[in-house]
Design a protein around this ligand. Structure first.
Ligand code: SF4
Length: 473
């Protein structure tokens, strides 16, 4: 029985880890003592390999026990090779408030072997080049799902070959026919694609391919969890350990079953310690496109909400068809928000930011270091092409109104930020425009900073108009 099961899946404490460390307080790990290192391990801030004495032969057993204890409830499975390889799963918990989610849901865009080659290449390039800046992060797409719709091994092989020459993004090879899957693998033998999929009827041949080409393999049993778990058991016994589970994705009336199946698997893995459910889950929101009678925009919208629901409910990889920005952006933004660390405020570095080419008469404003606030103000200043200085005040990631209410944004902090920013040496006036929502502390700021305070608009989109009407250095 694994150490984790013995521990009854209780939350790990630093003591559980400490007991297995060498306990010699040598500080080689950079911590003051073994207990401090154990605390960092529990918070997943360091790796056990950072303790050199633990790697010695005499500590072999303790090392193995620690590895087992720290094993995530959902196995981490790597698809692809090189820099762009994608890690799927590796989840420690069911709910985000319990611990940070790891390995954001990978998004694959599909191509088929019946599309004109030019369209295939253009979809691959779109996927590779998709990027959108969102509060300091770049949102991207991750993989290409190559579907065999022709039933022709040569066609499939040709399209996989072309894609492998065009991109290093990881691939999902989609066919239930082992001979066709093998043709695809021969076109990219070192690419370690995810093979989709082994079923009750083809599992042995697919398992052979996965072992021969060292690929992760999807086990698929739509809407039948008992069969899915039994398939996973069979594949593991056969030697395939890098599995991804496909419990089936159904649009419209099938939505409750879909969400229920994903949830039951993740619960079994994280709360029940069920190792056969402890693999990444694949969702296929592009099933929304099966309803060919509906308008294209409606299908994209259905696909987008299906993808969003599956991102919230435990999918580790999604296969999508739409390449419209308006349907991909909500999904990628949602993913970004869910996979941030809930223990850390989404913040930017405090200090002086320069917009345009300001001079000694340019306006000086401030905002907080809450990322969403900062990027909203910055985008308003950039889009109106203003020349201005913006002081970002350290508020521990609080926005303006909550910062004032919670004493994270105080007149002292603003006065200190002005001094630390060096702006006093860049402008000859002493006028500070403060956000309208911070008007309550305007008097105190004047008193502590010695600057004349002008109360600006409550919404940063009104800054350009405000400056035209009110700014006089
Ligand atoms: Fe303890 Fe290992 Fe750190 Fe030394 S290196 S203090 S033995 S945890």
């Amino acid at each position: 029985m694994s150490e984790k099961k013995k521990a009854g899946l209780k939350e790990l404490s630093p003591i559980d880890i400490y007991k297995l460390l060498p306990k010699i307080n040598c500080k080689e790990c950079g911590q003051d003592n073994c207990m401090a290192f154990a605390t960092k391990i529990v918070n997943r801030e360091v790796n056990i390999d950072g303790c050199p004495p633990l790697l010695k032969k005499e500590n072999e057993k303790a090392y193995a026990k620690l590895k087992d204890l720290l094993k995530p409830a959902v196995k981490e499975v790597i698809v692809g090779d090189g820099d762009k390889a994608k890690k799927l799963g590796g989840k420690l918990v069911m709910y985000r408030h319990e611990f940070t989610y790891t390995n954001p849901t990978a998004i694959a865009i599909d191509v088929t072997d019946e599309m004109p080659m030019q369209e295939v290449v253009s979809r691959v390039q779109y996927t590779e080049n998709f990027n959108f800046e969102y509060i300091g992060n770049t949102l991207r797409l991750d993989m290409i799902a190559v579907r065999c719709t022709s039933g022709d091994a040569d066609k499939f092989k040709a399209v996989v070959k072309k894609i492998a020459e065009t991109t290093k993004l990881p691939l999902i090879l989609c066919t239930l026919n082992p001979a066709i899957a093998e043709a695809g693998l021969m076109a990219a033998p070192k690419a370690r694609p995810l093979l989709y999929a082994a079923t009750q009827s083809n599992w042995k041949d697919m398992a052979e391919l996965a072992l021969m080409y060292d690929c992760p393999l999807v086990a698929s049993a739509p809407n039948d969890l008992n069969t899915l778990v039994s398939l996973a058991k069979t594949l593991m016994a056969y030697g395939v350990t890098n599995l991804v589970l496909d419990p089936g994705t159904f649009a419209n009336e099938g939505l409750p079953d879909t969400i229920n199946n994903f949830t039951m698997l993740r619960r079994a893995a994280t709360k029940g310690g069920e190792e056969l459910a402890g693999f990444p889950l694949i969702g296929v929101p592009m099933v929304a496109w099966e309803d060919a009678a509906s308008a294209e925009d409606l299908l994209k919208w259905r696909e987008a909400y299906l993808a969003s629901m599956l991102t919230v409910r435990y999918a580790d990889v999604l296969v999508m068809h739409s390449v419209s920005g308006w349907s991909l952006l909500p999904e990628t933004v949602l993913r970004q928000n869910i996979y941030t660390d809930p223990r850390k405020p989404v913040a930017v570095a405090p200090g002086l930011k320069v917009f345009g080419t300001p001079d000694e008469n340019s306006p000086v404003m401030f905002t907080t270091n809450f990322a969403l606030t900062y990027y909203t103000v910055a985008s308003d200043l950039e889009s109106s092409k203003l020349n201005a200085y913006l002081i970002v005040v350290e508020t521990e990631g609080s926005a303006i109104d909550s910062g004032v209410a919670g004493r994270k944004l105080t007149a002292e902090r603003v006065a200190d930020a002005i001094k630390a920013s060096g702006v006093e040496g860049k402008v000859k006036h002493r006028k500070l425009i403060i956000p309208g929502k911070a008007s309550r502390i305007s008097g105190e700021i004047e008193e502590l900073s010695g600057w004349k305070v002008m109360v600006g608009p409550r919404d940063s989109s009104e800054i350009p108009k405000y400056l035209i009407e009110k700014w006089q250095p």
